[in-house]
Structures are given as C-alpha cells and as structure tokens.
Design a protein around this ligand. Structure first.
Ligand code: PBE
Length: 304
C-alpha cells in the first residue's frame, strides 16, 4: 500500500515516499521516534479532489465515468475552466504540493510542468484518440474551396504545441498562428495547393474554450483569410459548438475529439454532422499529476 507522509507541525504536506515494507496496515500512525507524523493516503493528500475544466467538455464526462469505474465514490471533481485548472496546477506545483488534474495533449502544460499521466488500465479515457474536422451538411457545395482545405488538413501535436506555447508565453493567438504558418509553408501548401482563391466569401468557424482549439482555429482562420475568405471565428461551449454545426449556423470545427471524448455529442447529432476526416492523431487525455508525486502512477493508486 502506498502512503504519503504528512509531517505535522510543518503545515505542508511533504510528499515523502515511504519505504513501506514495514507498514502493513491502513492509515496507521507511523512514529519513527523523531517527529510526530500521521500518514495520509493519496486521496487525503489532495482532499479527494480532482481539478477539472469546463463542465461541458468531454473530459469531465469521462472523468465522472472514471470515478465510477475505479470505484472512487468519495472523490470530487471540480469544474471551472482550463485556465482555472492550469492556475491551480501552477500554484500547487510552485509549492510542490500534491494535485491531480484533468490534462490533455497537446497542451503547453506538459512543457511548463513536469507531469505524468496516470495509467488508465480500464481505458476509460480510450485507447487511441484523434481530432476530427466536422462540417455542416451542404458545406461542400456552398464552400468547395474551403472544404478541400479541410479535407486535406492534417498536422501533428508538435505543430499545435508550438502555437499553444507561444500563446501561453504571451503572444497574441493570431500572431502565434502567423509565425507557425510562416515557418511551415510546405505543410500549409499541402492543404492549399491548387485551391482557387475566393473573393470575400463568408465562413463561420466554431471552437470550444480549450487552449488546444484556440491554437488550431486561429491557425485555420489565417489560412482561410490568405485564400480570400472572410472568416468569423466564435468560441462557444462544447454543446453549442456541435449544435451550431448540426443546425447549419456554423460551417466547421476542428475540435471534435473522437472516438471517445465527444462520442456523446456526436451520437446526439447523429446524421447532422459531416465528419470529413482526421486532422491530428495520437492525441491523449487523462488524469495527470506532477512527477514529484512519485507513488501515484495509476488511477488505481487513488483507491489506496
Ligand atoms: N479537451 C481538449 C476537450 C477536447 C479538447 C480534452 C479538454 C474535451 O475534453 O472535450
């Protein structure tokens, strides 16, 4: 059994991995004769709390499911936003305090903090995940040039990561996207080669409030503008993002994480969304902790 040691009197939870060979009972008080110590479980160390993100995101649904499947019934999942989650992470990290967050990749959080995903042996967060490009019915006929670009659109985690990190470091999203486009002309050319320019045609892109999607949609906005489009970019909650494509009020989104994360949304609007392909493979999400939490490596460790 894995325990953390809470050194009373210091007022902070010191994450000292115990040599536990000698410890054989739950939550026993360990007294080495030098300090007054109580032991706390991994759950105690974080108040049985997982720091979540915006309530409508797929990650929150999957995490609620994970709490059930791993029988973590006494745990709480807080909701807020991606920004609140990373702020809480930074605060804990700076003090080397324990924290468990809902994390995903690509995300700048993995370059700013040393984090590790917790193993998910039950595969609640899925096995392999991709990001899909989804358009409204009829978009192909109305906006064929953009449709071709969207069908070809494909990049990787490092590409998106570059833009995300620049934004996190204070660069304006459009500027960060422009820098990436300028230094990745060949990649963009693969999507746009031979596509005729248009003359101010309007196109509506929607995305949900995640840093990863802020990066991708700002990038695609510029690619479309370079082709002559007049692009409206709107950030909405995940539910409205899918319903906007389904009811035709928006033309496209590049924010559909499948087959797992957004399955509920895609099922709900079955037949009303045109999934035109994968724009990124090998994306991932799950629960993550700072690497200094040495004894927690799997969601199953949270039971202990
Ligand atoms: N995410 C990022 C989203 C999809 C993209 C993992 C936070 C979600 O959970 O819905």
């Amino acid at each position: 059994m894995t325990l953390f040691k809470k050194v009373t009197g210091l007022g902070t939870v010191a994450l000292l991995a115990l040599g536990l060979a000698a410890c054989n009972s739950d939550n026993t008080k360990i007294d080495d004769g030098k300090t007054a110590e109580t032991t706390v479980t991994a759950g105690d160390s974080v108040d049985h709390t997982i720091t979540g993100i915006d309530p409508g995101s797929g990650h929150m649904e999957l995490t609620a499911r994970a709490l059930k499947e791993y029988d973590l019934t006494d745990w709480n999942l807080t909701s807020g936003s991606g920004a609140a989650m990373t702020a809480a992470l930074k605060k804990a990290y700076d003090k080397e305090e324990p924290i468990i967050v809902t994390a995903w990749s690509p995300h700048w959080m993995f370059s700013k903090f040393d984090l590790k995903y917790l193993d998910d042996p039950k595969l609640v967060y899925g096995d392999s995940e991709e990001i899909h490009s989804i358009v409204r019915t009829g978009m192909k006929e109305d906006l064929p040039e953009a449709y071709t670009v969207f069908q070809r659109f494909n990049w990787d985690m490092d590409d998106m990561g570059e833009i995300m990190i620049a934004i996190e470091d204070g660069t304006k999203p459009e500027e960060a996207a422009r820098t990436w486009i300028t230094s990745n002309k060949e990649k963009v050319a693969v999507w746009t080669d031979g596509v005729p320019k248009v003359n101010g045609d309007e196109i509506n892109l929607v995305y949900a409030p995640w840093d990863s999607e802020l990066a991708s949609h700002n990038m695609m906005k510029l690619v479309l503008e370079d082709l002559g489009y007049n692009v409206n970019l709107s950030m909405v909650e995940p539910g409205p993002m899918f319903s906007a494509i389904a009811d035709g009020s928006a033309d496209a989104t590049f924010a559909a994480w499948l087959p797992n994360t957004h399955k509920t949304y895609v099922d709900k609007f079955d037949g009303k969304l045109d999934d035109i392909g994968i724009n990124m493979v090998n994306v991932k999400q799950g629960l993550a902790v700072p690497t200094y939490m040495k004894d927690i490596n799997s969601i199953e460790d949270l039971k202990k």
